[in-house]
Design a protein around this ligand. Structure first.
Ligand SMILES: Nc1ccn([C@@H]2O[C@H](COP(=O)(O)OP(=O)(O)OP(=O)(O)O)[C@@H](O)[C@H]2O)c(=O)n1
Ligand SMILES: C[C@](O)(CO)[C@H](O)COP(=O)(O)O
Length: 391
C-alpha cells in the first residue's frame, strides 16, 4: 500500500461570458437579461456554477448594466468588461485570472446557455483527469445538405458531425497558450483555438438543456427544456385622450391622416398607439407610458409613437411572452376613421411584428355628445391579451 497522500484536486475557475449584444435575438435588451422563469437568463448558469462544489470562483464578463442584474456576485467571483468579440472577452477574463496557477482548471461558458447541469460539469471534469481539453457535444438530428441560396444540394454525412455546446473545460495553462497564440486568428469557440496547438479535445455527451438563446423563439424552447411552467393569459387595458388643435399633423394608429387639425401632445400625440402601449404595459404589470417616456424628458418631444409601442412589444418578448391579440377603439367625431382602418391595422401589425389577424381596429363617434362629439379631442381605448410564462 502506498503511503503517499492523494494529490489535491486542482482549483476550478469559471469564465461566464455575458458581454454580447444579443443582436439576432432582437429583444431590445441584451438577451442574457431576458427573464426566464422569474430570473435573468444570466442568473441561471451563474447560480448553477456557484452551487457546484468543485467551483472555487469565477469571472463574469459583462458590461456594468448586465453585471448589475446579478449583484452581488457569489463569493470568489469578479466581473470584467467584455471585448468586441467573444474571443476578446475570454482574453479579458484570462487576464483577470493572472494570479491563478497554471495547473488550475477553467470552464468557459456562454451565459446565453442557461441550462447548466451538475452532470455535464462532472462529465467535463472527469474527462480532464486525463485530457487537457473537453467539450460537450450533441449528435445532429436532421439530414444535412449543402445549400446555395434556395437550392438544396448534396447530403453531408452527419455521422461525422456534432453540435458543440458550452461549458468547455480546459487546463488553464492550455487555454492561456491557445489565446496567446491566437491574437490574429479568430475562432467561434475556445476548443478550436486549443486544437490549433495540436492538443486533442475530448468530446463528452452534451445536454439538450444547454440550448443557446440565439433567436427570440429560443426563449419558448428554453422554457420547455428547463421545465419552466406553462404560460398564463394576461389582459391589459389602455385609454388616452388628446386635444385637437389647428394646423398640426394628425397621427392616429401609426399613420398620418390629412385633416385640418392635429392632436396636441409632447410626442406626436398618436392617441391610438398610446392607448395600445398602455394596454400592453398594463398586461405586463409594467407601469404606464409616462413612467417609461416622461413628458418632462425633452428627448421625447415630437417623438414618433411607434417607438413607444415597439418598446412595449420588446418587453413582452424579453419576458418570454407573446402578444395574442390587441383590440383598439378610436373615438372621434371627425375625421372619419373608416377609410383609414385597414392601413392602421396593417401598421400596428407591422410595429408589433404579429399577424394581421391578431389586430383589431374599430372606430366610433359619440353621437356629437361630450368633448369628442364637439370635436375638441380624440380618445382611444385598447385591450391587449398576452401569453406570459408562469413564474
Ligand atoms: N463580445 C462578446 C460577444 C459575445 N459574448 C458572449 O458570448 C456568448 C455567445 O455569443 P452569441 O450567442 O453570439 O451572443 P451575442 O454576441 O450576444 O449574439 P449576437 O451575435 O446575436 O449579437 C454569449 O453569452 C455572449 O454574451 C461576449 O461575452 N462578448
Ligand atoms: C461557443 C459556441 O456557443 C459553441 O457552439 C458558439 O460558437 C458561440 O456562438 P456564435 O453564435 O457562434 O457566436
Amino acid at each position: 500500500m502506498s503511503d503517499s497522500a492523494p494529490s489535491p484536486s486542482p482549483r476550478l475557475a469559471v469564465v461566464l461570458l455575458a458581454g454580447g449584444q444579443g443582436t439576432r435575438a432582437g429583444l431590445g435588451l441584451p438577451k442574457q437579461l431576458a427573464v426566464l422563469g422569474g430570473k435573468p437568463v444570466l442568473r441561471w448558469s451563474l447560480d448553477a456554477f456557484a452551487a457546484h462544489p468543485a467551483v472555487n470562483g469565477g469571472v463574469l464578463v459583462a458590461n456594468g448594466d448586465v453585471a448589475t442584474a446579478v449583484n452581488p456576485l457569489p463569493a470568489g467571483w469578479i466581473s470584467v468588461d467584455p471585448g468586441t468579440e467573444r474571443q476578446q472577452s475570454v482574453g479579458n477574463a484570462l487576464a483577470a485570472l493572472a494570479d491563478w496557477d497554471d495547473q488550475a482548471l477553467v470552464l468557459v461558458h456562454d451565459a446565453a446557455r442557461p441550462g447548466v447541469t451538475n452532470e455535464v460539469i462532472d462529465r467535463l471534469l472527469g474527462a480532464l483527469r486525463t485530457a487537457e481539453a473537453a467539450i460537450p457535444t450533441l449528435p445532429v438530428p436532421d439530414t444535412l445538405v449543402e445549400q446555395a441560396h434556395d437550392e438544396a444540394g448534396d447530403v453531408v454525412d452527419r455521422r461525422v458531425l456534432a453540435r458543440v455546446q458550452t461549458p468547455q473545460a480546459f487546463r488553464l495553462d492550455v487555454l492561456r497558450r491557445a489565446h496567446a497564440e491566437a491574437v490574429e486568428a479568430a475562432a467561434t469557440d475556445d476548443a478550436q483555438l486549443v486544437r490549433r496547438l495540436g492538443i486533442v479535445v475530448t468530446a463528452v455527451p452534451g445536454d439538450a438543456r444547454l440550448h443557446k438563446l440565439t433567436y427570440a423563439e429560443d426563449i419558448a424552447i428554453l422554457g420547455g427544456l428547463l421545465g419552466i411552467g406553462t404560460m398564463r393569459t394576461a389582459v391589459g387595458m389602455g385609454y388616452d385622450v388628446h386635444r385637437l388643435v389647428i394646423d398640426k399633423p394628425l397621427w392616429i394608429g401609426g399613420i398620418e391622416i390629412a385633416y385640418s387639425h392635429g392632436l396636441e401632445g409632447h410626442s406626436d400625440a398618436d392617441v391610438a398607439l398610446h392607448a395600445l402601449t398602455d394596454a400592453i404595459l398594463g398586461a405586463l404589470g409594467d407601469g404606464d407610458i409616462g413612467d417609461h417616456f416622461p413628458p418632462s424628458d425633452p428627448q421625447w418631444r415630437g417623438a414618433a409613437s411607434h417607438r413607444f409601442l415597439s418598446f412595449a412589444a420588446d418587453r413582452v418578448a424579453a419576458r418570454g411572452g407573446q402578444i395574442d391579440h390587441v383590440d383598439l377603439t378610436i373615438i372621434a367625431e371627425a375625421p372619419k376613421i373608416g377609410p383609414h382602418r385597414a392601413a392602421i391595422r396593417a401598421r400596428i401589425a407591422e410595429i408589433l411584428a404579429i399577424p394581421l389577424e391578431r389586430v383589431s381596429v374599430k372606430a366610433t363617434t359619440t353621437e356629437r355628445l361630450g368633448f369628442t362629439g364637439r370635436r375638441e379631442g380624440i380618445s382611444a381605448q385598447a385591450v391587449a391579451t398576452l401569453q406570459l410564462p408562469e413564474n
